[in-house]
Design a protein around this ligand. Structure first.
Ligand code: AMP
Ligand code: MG
Length: 337
């Protein structure tokens, strides 16, 4: 792939410049790629109805083609144009959480190309809660397939400069709407069989969903998933969301940090507790928020920061284990394997 010029244009999320949004929408309609902010992370968007445009996402990211994309739409009516059924659970959840960080996997209509879904009969859809994203979706008038705007298996971007660091020269246009709010990827659920299943934990919890629909949201079965199985959530088995430095989750971070320093490693620590060894040579300590949503909002930005400082190892204090921390455990575990 030859290098192209990547343009970064700042937009005020409170008052997005219509001319800038129109330019981005033109690019999307024409089959080009545009990176844009959502409330979770920055997305790399393409017209979901054009197979070649969708293929360009996989090429820019170096993403395996079996890993399906989430399609972003402006509202429920647009969602119904790409899904074949709209069950009552979807209606309830969309009313409660859209715009918002909940992706719903449903049977797809044939207008959705195989390139989007990895050939599956289902498609993931959501309405993002970010004014720049919504303005872009409304102006383009087409559904927009958008995974996170990073090279495959690298950390997801929560700022436009993270996007530029990973994809400069590979994509034409980045809308810079400032840092994203939630900081981790959307919750993904499937309403395709007899039961509602959680495919990826995220900002909206299993409990919040279950209470509304009056049924238990089942966890994926925990067995290794077959990537070719119709019901697996393919991207979930990849090493993912990972910083460059080797990351470990530690129940005894003080001792682990001291051991690594004695081996000459440069260490970054995401501290959850009050820390004693902040002043040791070769160590950078970042204190993380104690509330899971705030922790999630900060996580990738802090990992990007440690990577750019050139640390060789990252030690993360093990966070609490209650269900509110499920999505954070998921991302940390993936970053450490
Ligand atoms: P990303 O675009 O990196 O946020 O990842 C999207 C993830 O959503 C995929 O890796 C899958 O885990 C899940 N997903 C998207 N579409 C589907 C689908 N049709 N069936 C099952 N899982 C899906
Ligand atoms: Mg991703």
């Amino acid at each position: 792939m030859s290098s192209i010029e990547t343009e970064v244009v700042t937009v005020d999320p409170e008052a997005a410049d219509a001319g800038v949004i129109e330019r981005a929408a033109d690019l999307i309609r024409a089959g080009d790629l545009v990176a844009f902010p959502t409330e979770t992370v920055y997305g790399l968007g393409a017209n979901a109805l054009l197979p070649e445009a969708v293929a360009a996402i996989f090429e820019a990211k170096g993403r395996p083609s079996f890993n399906p994309l989430i399609v972003h739409v402006a509202d429920v009516d647009e969602a119904k144009k790409i899904v074949a059924v709209w069950p009552p659970e979807a209606e309830i959840l969309a009313r409660a959480f859209w715009p918002g960080p909940l992706s719903i996997v449903l049977p797809r209509r044939s207008v959705v190309p195989d390139a989007v879904t990895g050939g599956r009969s289902t498609v993931a859809v959501r309405v993002p809660a970010n004014p720049v994203a919504l303005a872009l979706l409304r102006a383009s008038g087409v559904p927009v397939a958008a995974p996170s705007a990073n090279r495959s298996e690298q950390l997801s971007p929560t700022t436009a400069s993270h996007v530029l660091a990973g994809l400069s020269g590979l994509i034409p246009f980045i809308l810079d709407g400032g840092p994203t709010a939630a900081g981790i990827e959307s919750t993904v659920i499937a309403i395709t069989g007899a039961e509602v299943r959680l495919l990826r934990p995220g900002p909206i919890s299993r409990d919040e969903i279950g209470v509304l629909i009056g049924q238990t949201v089942h966890l994926p079965d925990g067995k290794p998933q077959d990537v070719h199985s119709e019901f697996a959530s393919p991207g979930q088995m990849l090493r993912h969301y990972a910083p460059r430095a080797k990351l470990s989750i530690s129940h005894h971070p003080e001792a682990e940090v001291e051991k690594l320093l004695s081996f000459g490693e440069r260490v970054g620590r995401l501290s959850y507790a009050k820390h004693a060894n902040a002043d040791l040579h070769g160590l950078t300590v970042i204190t993380m928020p104690h509330e899971p949503n705030n922790y999630a909002a900060a996580l990738y930005a802090r990992l990007h920061e440690l990577d750019s400082l050139g640390v060789t190892r990252i030690v993360v204090d093990a966070p609490p284990t209650d269900e509110r921390w499920l999505a954070i455990w998921d991302r940390l575990t993936r970053a450490s394997t």
